[in-house]
Ligand binder design. Structure first.
Ligand SMILES: C[S@@+](CC[C@H](N)C(=O)[O-])C[C@H]1O[C@@H](n2cnc3c(N)ncnc32)[C@H](O)[C@@H]1O
Length: 422
């Protein structure tokens, strides 16, 4: 219902305060000027939203780089990458961001020291610009270093203020039906600043749709994508994961190598919103299809000591469309051999978290360090929580990067190879 090609005369009854402008209006068509089409409807020009891509701690920079590469100017704060964009930006970033967790609309931000402040601040946001009268809108919350510390009360007050606002805007009373499209709202209190967001993604962006099986400690797809990007691997170089588990790193590398949009095969909650134009999604999907490079030759391999993990990795790769492209094999990491130069080895080996495992894992890392001495042109990247990793591996890391694998504090140990030139 958003875009109408007919010439229209607009009788504007309400105007969005957001730039761009979404108008709630009575439509008169060019063929029948002065004659209403019979009611008020949404009429859109492209609205510019304040958007935020959320990221795991330590991954703000890779997400900001991705946002910039898509043509938006990122502004980074702790775990949040702010940028501005229209409906197409919502569709593009959801489809293409590999490392971000979610994309949200920032509906409002204001100081709130009391529940009255919160109520009035929330009520002053033009929720009717986003939510139709039948919207389902659960409210979640969080509070950090704020006077309004009761998350439950913040949620309840936010909900009440939105109901009052929508009832006023839609000329209704009482409970709203909430039978329509889903708009997940979050009230986040940080240092007495309330930020109200609407989630555009739905399931987290790590849900690409290819994971049909997993082992005990799979890498989140978003983190795996970041680990591949941080290696600066390019498709003309071999890529190997010697502790591949369910194959996440190899699959993310293949998606990067073929320039495939990570969200191409999934749905997003904002696709169901009545004012999001279907063509925005169709256009970004069509564009993603046109830039996918299915013919690029890739040399991507994964090995694991556990044959059950190899079966799972193969199933996941097949689901992602890489059945014939990624080669998985059951093998000890220390049995690695290659006749290629300038390869990239990236992995998250076991951390030896369980009692009795530490010595075994230490032995495995020593073995890997020994074997990789034979491959000086290969660059090796290992995500590990083991503080003595470099000592075990037998080499000082060229660079280390602090990252969190879930709640586990890890380092991404980088051992750069010597570039072999022909
Ligand atoms: C932390 S998991 C890797 C998870 C993987 N990144 C994923 O996304 O599923 C570590 C893997 O190392 C494998 N492993 C343990 N010791 C090994 C060894 N000596 N050689 C090769 N693989 C080993 C385990 O079977 C396990 O699948």
């Amino acid at each position: 219902m958003a875009y109408r090609m007919a010439t229209v005369y607009l009788h504007v009854t309400k105007r969005s305060p957001m730039t761009g402008g979404r108008f709630f209006c009575t439509i008169h068509t060019a063929n029948s000027p002065g004659k209403s089409t019979g009611g008020e409807e949404w009429y859109d020009t492209m609205t510019t939203f304040k958007l935020v891509a959320t990221a795991a701690m330590g991954l703000e920079k890779p997400v900001a780089d991705e946002v910039r590469a898509l043509g938006y100017e990122p502004n980074v704060e702790n775990g949040k990458i702010y940028f501005e964009g229209d409906e197409t930006a919502i569709a593009r970033t959801n489809l293409w961001l590999r490392v971000a967790d979610r994309v949200k609309i920032v509906a409002g931000e204001f100081k709130a020291y009391t529940f009255d402040d919160l109520f009035e601040g929330v009520k002053s946001i033009p929720w009717e610009d986003y939510l139709p009268a039948d919207a389902e809108f659960p409210v979640s919350g969080k509070s950090v270093k704020s006077q309004l510390g009761s998350v439950r009360d913040c949620q309840a007050i936010t909900k009440k203020a939105i109901v009052e606002r929508l009832n006023g805007a839609y000329g209704r009373r009482g409970i709203l039906p909430e039978t329509g499209a889903l708009f997940k709202i979050e009230v986040s209190m940080l240092k007495d600043v309330a930020t109200l967001t609407i989630d555009t993604s739905g399931a987290g962006l790590h849900k690409r749709g290819y994971r049909v099986g997993q082992g005990d400690a799979p890498l989140k797809e978003t983190l795996a994508a970041a680990l591949v990007q941080l290696t600066r691997w390019s498709p003309d170089r071999p890529f190997h994961d010697p502790f591949c588990g369910s194959g996440t790193l190899a699959i993310e590398a293949a998606m990067i190598g073929q320039n495939l949009a990570p969200g191409y095969n999934r749905e997003f909650v904002s696709e169901q919103w009545p004012w999001m134009s279907a063509s925005a999604w169709e256009d970004v999907r069509a564009h993603a299809d046109s830039v996918a490079d299915y013919d690029v030759e890739l040399d991507i391999t994964g090995t694991d000591i556990d044959h059950r993990m190899i079966k799972i990795a193969e199933d996941n790769a097949a689901e992602a469309g890489f059945a014939d492209l990624i080669r998985f094999k059951q093998m000890q990491a220390a049995d690695f051999t290659s006749n290629k130069e300038n390869g990239v080895m990236a992995s998250n080996p076991p951390y030896g978290e369980r009692i009795g495992e530490v010595e075994e894992v230490e032995q495995v890392i020593r073995g890997l360090g020994q074997v990789m001495k034979q491959y000086p042109t290969w660059s090796v990247y290992m995500l590990s929580s083991m503080e003595n990793f470099e000592e075990l591996y037998g080499r000082q890391a060229t660079k280390k990067r602090k990252l969190f694998n879930g709640f586990i504090r890890t380092d991404y140990y980088q051992f750069w190879g010597q570039k072999k030139r022909d």
